[in-house]
Design a protein around this ligand. Structure first.
Ligand SMILES: Nc1ncnc2c1ncn2[C@@H]1O[C@H](COP(=O)(O)OP(=O)(O)OP(=O)(O)O)[C@@H](O)[C@H]1O
Ligand SMILES: [Mg+2]
Length: 506
């Protein structure tokens, strides 16, 4: 890789949002043919930098060179050439159009002649075939709205390649994928690198993934380059975490790994754990979820979601039988469930979690208002909101800012914060550590353990087996078709047994 030319050279990039200074002279260089991991804690400025080089934000200072050309202040012109393409979490495809239309349309105005369906199809097949010929044939005629997130990502990548992309910016592309989908995405990336000499800038908070796919890394900390193009063979996990400034918590992690499962969960005041468990049943599977338990759900989304929907009042015609002390537990709707003490943190942060048009304080108080059926005096809400921000070390400019001014991981913390002071009887979490950095993960684990110790029963769905192994004493596993396959307990909860029980490799 060393002999490959530098494709992008960013020097001394500066960017502030009002009083918040995010990039303070940040440098990064990318070569053709490499997968470059871009690492840093939540709010470090990764997405901001990506938005600068993809033309979504203007920079305040610094220089950018792409393929030897100096780029002026406005990056928008660069994005328009199509050579730098970004695949965001919020995908930029039109759901009501077909895959062929989505791929062929953007550049149509440059071509002479009118739109032809056959022409579009041919263009799309050609672009998609760079990714996978079978996928090309299967997907070209389908509506984008009917595709999975993973398939839509592939379509976006195909579209950017067709537009002449030489640098692909992938900002947490795997955060919402299953392990199998991540594997397929990585295979596509490797194929493209080999065949087209593309460069990829890749953001992820999962160390294992980073090591699987990336060659080199750049680490950002406090708005500056902490590590510049380190080979991933030459840097340890420990060093990476140090450079990101997240050391302390990892010390806790190794301790936690060693003995937390047995000690932390058994020591807490037993008194808080009294009370009838909730019993969930489906065919021959039966599981009690008692106060203080942290129950993991493992497997592809379909299975765990059926149980989650039944528990949280989203599906009241569920096949799951849910009882407490022999009496059926049924919630008419999610707000009724919330008032009955069921907290729920959806995995779909953008659509079902964050209230995008309301300020941070309203986002923090949302659950409280539903449960208590009232709004507190403004002053009191602000006080409570501020306390939550402090408790979770959430960096926000002001409680009055919109959530869009927060980094992805910080938005996730807001969702968790909602339920903390309410001490729900049951808390259901879908992949709550999606997109959060290593330190914040530890914090969320600690907060959930604390709630459990105070008597909350916790149901935690994760596609990351390491996480289930660390947190849960009992895991309900589902196979790929969504059927529950069994309950694993204690020492049976390990990455191998989880992979076996779910049919999904870690
Ligand atoms: N539009 C905006 N207005 C105000 N502040 C913003 C805006 N966009 C980002 N910020 C702030 O800039 C900082 C960097 O955010 P950014 O999204 O770049 O972080 P990140 O490294 O991508 O984090 P994460 O890993 O959580 O995604 C954060 O403090 C964030 O609150
Ligand atoms: Mg980000």
């Amino acid at each position: 890789m060393a002999d490959q030319p530098t494709l992008l050279l960013a020097k001394s990039i500066v960017k502030s949002f009002g009083p918040t200074s995010v990039l303070k002279g940040f440098d990064l260089s990318i070569r053709s043919g490499e997968v470059h991991a871009f690492l840093g804690g939540n709010g470090a400025g990764k997405s901001t930098f990506i938005k600068i080089i993809s033309g979504q934000h203007e920079r305040d200072g610094g220089t950018l060179e792409f393929a030897g050309r100096e780029l002026g202040g406005s990056a928008a012109s660069l994005a328009d050439t199509g050579e730098i393409a970004v695949v965001n979490q919020e995908l930029a495809l039109l759901p009501h159009l077909s895959v062929a239309e989505n791929i062929a349309m953007p550049r149509m105005h440059r071509a002479l002649g009118t739109y032809s369906e056959r022409g579009a199809r041919a263009i799309a097949i050609e672009a998609l075939s760079l990714i996978d010929t079978q996928f090309a044939r299967q997907s070209v005629g389908r509506l984008v709205g009917d595709l999975s997130l993973h398939e839509r990502q592939l379509v976006e990548i195909a579209r950017s390649l067709r537009s002449g992309a030489r640098l692909l910016l992938l900002d947490e592309p795997t955060a919402n994928l299953t392990a199998a989908e991540t594997g397929r995405l990585f295979a596509v990336i490797r194929k493209l690198i080999a065949e087209t000499n593309l460069a990829v800038l890749f953001v992820s908070h999962r160390m294992r993934e980073i090591r699987q796919i990336a060659d080199v890394c750049t680490i950002i900390r406090d708005g500056k380059t902490a590590v510049d193009r380190a080979s991933l063979h030459a840097i340890t996990d420990r060093e990476i975490v140090d450079f990101m400034g997240q050391t302390v918590e990892v010390d806790q992690q190794s301790e936690a790994n060693a003995d937390s499962r047995s000690s932390e969960r058994d020591t807490p005041g037993r008194s808080s754990r009294t009370g009838e468990p909730i019993r969930v049943q489906l065919s021959d599977i039966e599981l009690d979820i008692g106060p203080g338990d942290i129950i993991g759900l493992a497997g592809a989304p379909t299975g765990p979601l059926t149980l989650i929907e039944a528990l949280t009042g989203l599906d009241h015609k569920s096949h799951w039988k849910i009882t407490r002390a022999g009496a059926p537990v049924k919630h008419r709707c999610p707000s009724a469930a919330a008032r009955a003490g069921v907290g729920y943190i959806s995995g779909d942060r953008a659509n079902k979690g964050i209230l995008a048009t309301l300020p941070i304080v309203d986002n923090l108080m949302a659950a409280q208002r539903i449960v208590e059926r009232k709004k507190l005096a403004r002053d009191e809400e602000i006080q409570r909101g501020q306390n939550l921000l402090d408790a979770l070390r959430i960096r926000a400019g002001s409680l009055w800012h919109l959530p869009s001014t927060l980094s992805g991981g910080t938005q996730q913390k807001i969702l968790v914060a909602r339920w903390l002071t309410l001490k729900p009887r049951l808390l259901v979490l879908e992949e709550p550590t999606r997109g959060v950095d290593i330190r914040t993960k530890r914090e969320i684990y600690a907060l959930v353990r604390k709630l459990a110790n105070q008597g909350t029963a916790v149901v935690w769905w994760s596609t990351e087996y390491v996480e289930l192994v660390e947190l849960c004493d009992t895991v309900l596993a589902f196979d790929l078709s969504g059927r529950p396959t069994g309950v694993l307990r204690h020492t049976d909860v390990n990455e191998t047994s989880l992979a076996d029980a779910t049919g999904m490799a870690a």
